[in-house]
Each structure stands twice: as C-alpha cells, then as structure tokens.
Design a protein around this ligand. Structure first.
Ligand SMILES: Cc1cc2nc3c(=O)[nH]c(=O)nc-3n(C[C@H](O)[C@H](O)[C@H](O)COP(=O)(O)OP(=O)(O)OC[C@H]3O[C@@H](n4cnc5c(N)ncnc54)[C@H](O)[C@@H]3O)c2cc1C
Length: 557
C-alpha cells in the first residue's frame, strides 16, 4: 500500500524544498520523480539566484519593481512582493544548509548583475548554481530519510468528488502501474521546453504536470508567454548563461557593432530577455547576422575571469564548437528557454482543485508575468516550493479518509496496454519533430495571426494522429519508447493551450510580440489568459491582474 499525507510529484528544486518543509512538519511525505532527483533540470541552472539583501543596502522593493517591469506589468504584484520579501531569508537558509555561494574580495557572498535589474543582486556558485543547490537540498532530504519513488512516472491524477487524492504512476523498473494515495498532491514537475526545437531544456522537460493538471480540470494561465533566451548556442541550443553578459560580455552583429546600443541604450546587453532576443532577431532578419546568429564576445574579460567565473561556458564552447572564449566570439541565437505560463495558483500554490498544489516552473503564481528575469526562477522554486508545502500541510489535517478508488488503476492499465499492443502506427518521434518545428515557427520570438494559426492547426492535426501512434519496444523494463510516447501526449495538450493563449491575446506584451498588433493594450489586455478543459474541450477565459503599488508604465531599458 502506498499512502502519504503529502505526495510531491517532482524532485527538482521546487519538489525538494517542498519535501523538506513537509518532513519537518512531521507529515508522511514522499517525492516521486521520473529521473534520479539530481538529474532534474534544476541542475542545469548556471547563472544564479536573485535576492535583495538588506545588510548591503539593497531593497526588496527595487527587486520587486524590476521584476514587475520585466514582466511587462502582467505579474500579480502581491505575489511578487512575497517572493522578493522572502528571498533574503531563503538565500541565507540555503547558505546555512551548505550551498557554497561564490564570495567577493571581502569574503562576503558575491553578486553579479543580471538582465533587467538596476543593481547586482544575483548570487551564484560559479556557473553551476542550480547543480550546487540541487545537491545540497537532496542531501538534506537524504539526511531526513525522505521517501522517493525514484524513476517512477506519473500518468494520471486521481480526482474524487472534485478533490485530488493521489496519482497513478508506473514503476519504470518493472513497467507496473500502481496507485499512490495521498491527502494532498504538489506538482513540481518543471517546464515544457521540449515542445519547441531547439530548446535549452533537458529532454525530460515535457510539461507532464501541466497536462496532468489540465486534464484534471485545473486552469493553465498565460501559456503564450514563452521565453526565448538570447544566448542559446548555434545549432543545438545549449544554454550559454546570462552570467556571461552579467560579467560584461558583449553582443555583436556581423559588422562588429554592439547593436544593443540602438535598442536599449541604458541597459544594453542586460535589458530583459524578451527585449534582447527581439533585438537579436531584428539584426538577423535585417541581414546583419552571422549564419543566422549573432556573436557573444567574452574576449575582453580575459582568460582568468572566464575560467574562474564562466568555466562551464568555456567547456561548452570548446567541446561543442571548438571555440576558446578568451580568443574568439561564439555564435548564439534566441532559443526557447522557459515557460512563464503554468498551472494557475494562488500565492500558496493552491490550484482550483482542492488538495492539488503546484510550485516551480510548472506553476504560474504569477511572479514572472509576460517575461521572467534571469535568476528569478530558482528563487521562485524555493520560495513557492516552501509555501505550497505549508498550505498542503494545513489542508491535510482537514482530510479524513484516503481514496478508495479501484477503477482508475484498471482504466489506466488498460489504456497503456492498448498503446503497447498497438501495431502499425506512426512513430511518436515523427510527430514530436513536426510539433517542435511548427511551435518554434509559429509561436516564436515574433508571431502574428497567420503563424499562430499555422501552429495551432498543426497541433490539432497531431492530436488527431496521436491515438494511432505505435511503439516498437513491447518490453516492461525501462521502456523509454513508451515513456516518450506518453510524454508526447502531454506535450500536445500543453502546446494547444499555448496556441490558444497566443491566438486570444490581441496585443504585444512581454515575450508575446505580435507583428500584426505591436502595441501593448492595457485597456483591454492587462489580463491573464486562461485555458481550462471542460467536457474534453479547451475553454478560454481571462482573469484580472493584481496591481498593488506599481502602475503600468511604458517599458524602456
Ligand atoms: C539550461 C538552463 C539554465 C537555467 N539557468 C537558470 C538560472 O541561472 N537561474 C534561474 O533562476 N533559472 C534558471 N533556469 C530555470 C530554472 O532552472 C528552472 O525553471 C527551475 O530549476 C525548475 O525547477 P523545478 O523544480 O520547477 O523543476 P525541475 O528541476 O525541472 O524538476 C522537475 C521534476 O519533475 C519530475 N517529473 C516531471 N514529470 C514527471 C512525471 N510524469 N512523473 C514523475 N516525475 C516527473 C522530474 O523527474 C523532476 O524531478 C535555467 C533553466 C535551464 C533549462
């Protein structure tokens, strides 16, 4: 019997932080993860985590304003206030747990300046910040003997009388489906980058949690807000962290000009990511690119700084392009990186389904609105991972009985058996490629009604073809063919909500830039877009943005 008070799907930073909180409160807690926890995508985060530390004269209100401006005023301001106010305390707590943040000359925690910020308030561990944080939080959960269903894959949420009561999951070692009962479930399943090709995201970022929640009746919010990172490596899209520009690297066009002087005279390369990515794309489209890219130039930083502060980037540059950053600029281009949208939650991770919570990249609180600032996502995972666990713990005490569900496990087992037994169908890889290419083309850095409708038609077509796909591997043990197929189903559901959001938002705001409607329209569109499933069909609606202290202004960098 698998039974818990708090079941956390995902063991990246949001999941681990939630688990620690729940274990410390004495709750029967478990995490479930389709990969070993330290292989979660959080481990790929390079650049850092933001916090305004008051002891050095920084002010959380300035961090909040930068975040809100970065969001193009779409973030809910009360949630941003919470995140920025709680940042310092969370950062110090991480340090005390053992995250060895890089230090400055005075021996104090060091900072670098990240995009869209007025001052340097990004704390970092060289260029391996995420990995350092992930390992420390994982150690803490090991110390507390946390239960982890490791390499288990969740296929469905159990909803009874409108409340979430656990999950159905496959033990990937045996292929067997089990029911895991819980009084509350926290989704911490990360992003959905692989809907696009290329992407900076790991192959496991397939939006599973978003689709699980959506199919259970939760709302997905602002799904059209897709972040393209300005410095994805030419070709495969591997990320070269914003830390490079934070340390002073330039962006150059084919004429050798620092073109950001024309687009963001004050912030230059450190304008918000949507602004920098659009500027790059404009240069490339105007014929001032280099083989469809622009150049990231670190040469003037000197070898010592590059190796000390940007060691991981140097490794990537050498291994994938044979480039020594101290000698040569490297070609980069805007690459899909992050989803600002996600499962709609309040500031304690509550979704519209009682007992179901969400935190981290899969959730939309919303602190990032139309555009996330670099190094605010790691912060989001920690602050809201902890808060969602606190809310779940409180809720658990009101739940008297566990699920008695029997039919759901049978239904899921039959559904998956029929997929495995199916012969003669299209391969999921074919559909996955078509999806990736169409989404990058249609919901790109620039988009318009035609491109959006092209992408949407494609996704609708793929959704029709998906039930007839077949897999070659009929085995039980680590059937990755089967997992890829199930992930494709999730990605298609999520991609459709992205297309609907993009189609409906009739303005340009943040990362959603429509060449057919280039202005931000606060009168009609200072609103969140939401998509929810009803009777098997997506329903669209809008909801209000919370404004507290900061009135929307024109955004200039
Ligand atoms: C290359 C890269 C660099 C980045 N750099 C930074 C940075 O410097 N600063 C910053 O603030 N942000 C950065 N980000 C963004 C940030 O890292 C992520 O948004 C954040 O780490 C997500 O954490 P998470 O806990 O929400 O999810 P993840 O770390 O992605 O974890 C998701 C978890 O869910 C589990 N899971 C998913 N689906 C299932 C399923 N069906 N069944 C079971 N388990 C499942 C996975 O196994 C995993 O454990 C970066 C992102 C990338 C891709």
């Amino acid at each position: 019997m698998y039974e818990h008070d708090v079941l956390i799907v995902g063991a990246g930073l949001a999941g681990l932080r939630a688990a620690l909180e729940s274990i410390d409160a004495g709750k029967n807690t478990a995490m479930i993860s389709k990969v070993h926890p330290v292989r979660s995508h959080s481990g790929a985060a390079q650049g850092g985590i933001n916090a305004a530390l008051t002891d050095r004269g920084d002010d959380w209100k300035d961090h909040a304003l930068s975040t809100i401006k970065g969001s193009d005023y779409l973030a809910d301001q009360h949630a941003v206030e919470i995140m920025c106010q709680e940042a310092g305390e969370n950062l110090i707590e991480l340090e005390n747990m053992g995250v060895i943040f890089s230090r400055n000359e005075e021996g104090k925690l060091g900072t670098r300046r990240f995009g869209g910020q007025t001052v340097a308030r990004t704390f970092f561990v060289g260029a391996i910040t995420g990995s350092a944080m992930l390992h420390v939080l994982y150690e803490q959960t090991v110390k507390k003997q946390a239960k982890v269903y490791e390499e288990w894959f969740v296929t469905k949420l159990i909803i009874e009388d409108g409340e979430c009561r656990g999950v159905i999951a496959m033990d990937m070692h045996t292929g067997k489906l089990e029911i895991i009962k819980a009084k509350s479930v926290i989704l911490a399943t990360g992003g959905a980058g692989r809907i696009f090709e290329p992407s900076t995201n790991a192959l496991i970022c397939t939006g599973d949690g978003l689709a699980l929640a959506y199919n259970a009746g939760a709302s997905l919010m602002d799904m059209e807000m897709i972040q393209y990172h300005p410095t994805g490596l030419a070709g495969n899209g591997i990320l070269l962290s914003e830390g490079a520009r934070g340390e002073g690297a330039y962006l150059l066009n084919s004429e050798g000009e620092r073109f950001m002087e024309d687009y963001a005279p004050e912030y230059l390369e450190l304008a918000s990511r949507d602004v920098v990515s659009r500027s790059e794309q404009t240069e490339i489209d105007a014929g001032r690119g280099v083989d469809g890219c622009v150049l990231l130039d670190c040469r003037h930083l000197g070898r010592e700084k590059i190796e000390e502060r940007l060691g991981y980037l140097q490794e990537v540059a050498t291994e994938f392009r044979g480039i020594d950053l101290a000698e040569q600029p490297i070609p980069v281009k805007p690459t899909m990186h992050y989803i600002m949208g996600g499962i709609k939650t309040d500031e304690s991770g509550r979704t519209n389904i009682p007992g179901l919570y969400a935190a981290g990249e899969c959730a939309n609180v919303s602190v990032h609105g139309g555009n996330r600032l670099g190094a605010n996502s790691l912060l989001d995972t920690i602050v809201f991972g902890r808060r969602s666990a606190r809310a779940a713990i409180e809720y658990v005490s009101t739940v008297k009985t566990l699920s008695k569900n029997k039919t759901e496990l049978n239904n899921e087992t039959k559904r998956i058996e029929s997929l495995v037994n199916r012969t003669n169908g299209e391969r999921s890889a074919t559909l996955r490629n078509e999806m990736g290419v169409s989404m990058t083309e249609g919901i790109g850095v620039y988009r318009d009604a035609d491109s959006i409708s092209m992408a949407k038609n494609k996704i609708v077509d793929l959704i029709k073809r998906y039930p007839n796909t077949a897999i070659d591997n009929k085995g039980k043990v680590f059937n990755t063919d089967l997992i890829f197929n199930l992930e494709l189903g999730y990605m298609l559901d999520v991609a459709l909500t992205m297309c609907i959001g993009a189609e409906e938002r009739k303005e340009s705001r943040g990362a959603h830039f429509r060449t057919d409607m280039t202005e931000r329209d606060d009168k009609n569109w200072l609103k969140h877009t939401n998509v929810k499933k009803k009777n098997g069909e997506p329903i669209f609606y809008t909801s209000d943005v919370t404004i507290t202290n900061w009135k929307p202004e024109i955004r200039k960098y």
